[in-house]
Design a protein around this ligand. Structure first.
Ligand SMILES: [Zn+2]
Length: 298
């Protein structure tokens, strides 16, 4: 990943060498029409420069043009609001220390159980090279897992996953030169009232807030498949928690078929449980492990 000019010291001195600033980037120029609106506009480039100047030396190499653009978009281009949001994100990172959390959380006994029994993972890439996230919430033994963990641990594990995803997605978006988002494919086969609890709802609210405030503008599409009748109940709850822009990105479809994939996800990038042809699974350490199942005792 290329680092982008940090702070304002180099503005105007040298042309930025980041792929996101390079209009001759072949990946960027070959973006299809439906993704063109993700391209950084001239106005946004100016606003990014202004935002960078306001933040000064706080903008470490982590804060690339693409990342700053995501904060601006999350605030509809309002530079002052984006600055406030960014400052809060930096304060949050200073408090939570995600880098340390990434190693510390692995020592908790519930970590590996959650990794093994909560089937969610990055697997394969879409045709633009952006990793895809697959999840089978309907296969999660939520009540079993809840007895082995608590709200605090679940949120920490979520941050762990978001950090991993953020690094992978950001690298892909930098390469393309535009924050085109990623696809989340959620399989609700097996979903039932057993998945509902007040504690679970509280975790969901916290997680939605974290994603919205600290990992903004990441999602391109959230595709829901195999939703049973009871999904209506959960969908109502979700709509009360998620923001309007996120809700617009949901697409509820019956199953994985060509209409859903639209040539964006090829079969060899689909896990086997969705009818994919992935056999060697070079994508992830989890080896197509999307089984879920009853959580064991720790
Ligand atoms: Zn696989």
């Amino acid at each position: 990943m290329t680092s982008i000019v940090s702070g304002n010291s180099q503005i105007g001195k040298e042309p930025c060498r980041s792929p996101s600033c390079d209009s001759s980037n072949p990946l960027l120029s070959s973006l299809p029409l439906e993704l063109k609106h993700y391209e950084i506009t001239q106005q946004e480039r100016k606003d990014i420069a202004t935002l960078r100047q306001k933040m000064g030396s706080l903008c470490t190499p982590r804060y690339t043009d693409i990342r700053l653009c995501r904060f601006l978009r999350a605030r509809d281009g309002n530079i002052d609001q984006a600055e406030q949001m960014l400052r809060k994100e930096m304060q949050w990172r200073a408090q939570v220390n995600p880098e340390l959390l990434m190693t510390e959380i692995k020592e908790h006994p519930a970590f590996q159980v959650l990794m093994d029994y909560w089937p969610v993972s990055v697997h394969g890439v879409d045709k633009y090279g952006v990793p895809i996230v697959f999840e089978r919430f309907g296969a999660v033994d939520t009540s079993g897992l809840m007895t082995k963990t608590n709200q605090d641990i679940l949120i920490k594990v979520h941050i762990y996953c978001m950090e991993l995803n953020d690094a992978l997605m950001s690298a892909a978006w930098e390469k393309i030169g535009a924050p085109i988002g990623y696809i989340h494919l959620e399989d609700f086969d097996g979903l039932g009232m057993k998945h509902y609890s007040n504690q679970g709802l509280a975790v969901m609210k916290d997680i939605a807030k974290i994603d919205e405030c600290y990992y903004p503008e990441t999602l391109r599409k959230f595709a829901v498949i195999n939703a049973p009748g009871v999904f209506k109940f959960f969908w109502k709850l979700a709509k009360g928690v998620l923001n309007k822009n996120t809700i617009k990105k949901f697409e509820i479809v019956k199953k994985v078929d060509d209409t859903l994939l639209q040539g964006v996800i090829s079969k060899d990038n689909l896990p086997i449980y969705l009818g994919g042809t992935c056999t060697s699974c070079p994508h992830v350490a989890t080896q197509c492990k999307f089984g879920g199942g009853k959580a064991p005792k720790i």
